[in-house]
Design a protein around this ligand. Structure first.
Ligand code: AMP
Length: 175
């Protein structure tokens, strides 16, 4: 089972020059989905993980399955304005402008171990914002796990520089 073979690439989406790595084909493939989740779980099997934090929206699908396998809770990291209760908010830079992510203030308890999950790491800006949020809530972020790494964009190094070990399953060159 080659995970890369079930990831579809859409050129020029959402804008010219971007190669969009589409995991809906992986999620729709029973063996591919299971393999991806098993490989994300493997480094943390047997470790005490209190919560898996998934980044909206594809990180919810993978993170929910990973949380179930690890017998952990699940915490959504959402785009601003989506969470109903009191939130913590973190701003981060985009190529043009900025964006914000939020968690509920009580999403993690101080000292809880958290594994961050998303489908893909590019510049690492989104994951860095999520880690800052989780740390502000008192979490100990013990790892960050992604299906896809775009190593030319340096995101994994950026997250490891924050002291969070990164694991990825498939790498693609370029943007
Ligand atoms: P970044 O903050 O630059 O690491 O971007 C990561 C976020 O943007 C993830 O939530 C990805 O789902 C999405 N993303 C960035 N680049 C791509 C790409 N080439 N294909 C698919 N999703 C992407």
């Amino acid at each position: 089972m080659d995970l890369a073979s079930v990831i579809r690439t859409i050129p020029d989406y959402p804008k010219p020059g971007i190669l969009f790595r589409d995991i809906t084909t992986l999620l729709g493939d029973a063996r591919g989905f299971r393999r991806a989740v098993d490989e994300m779980v493997q480094p943390f099997a047997g470790r005490r993980i209190a919560k898996v934090a998934g980044i909206e929206a594809r990180g919810f699908i993978l993170g929910g399955a990973v949380a179930h396998q690890l017998s952990a809770g699940f915490t959504p990291v959402r785009k601003k304005g989506k969470l109903p209760a009191e939130t913590l908010r973190q701003t981060y830079a985009l190529e043009y402008g900025e964006d914000e992510v939020e968690i509920h203030v009580d999403a993690v308890a101080p000292g809880e171990t958290v594994l961050l999950v998303d489908d893909l790491i590019a510049t690492g800006g989104t994951a860095e914002a999520a880690i800052k949020l989780l740390r502000r809530a008192g979490a100990e972020v013990v790892g960050a796990s992604f299906v896809i790494d775009l190593p030319d964009l340096g995101g994994a190094k950026r997250i490891e520089a924050l002291g969070v070990p990164v694991s990825t399953l498939v790498s693609f060159e370029g943007h």
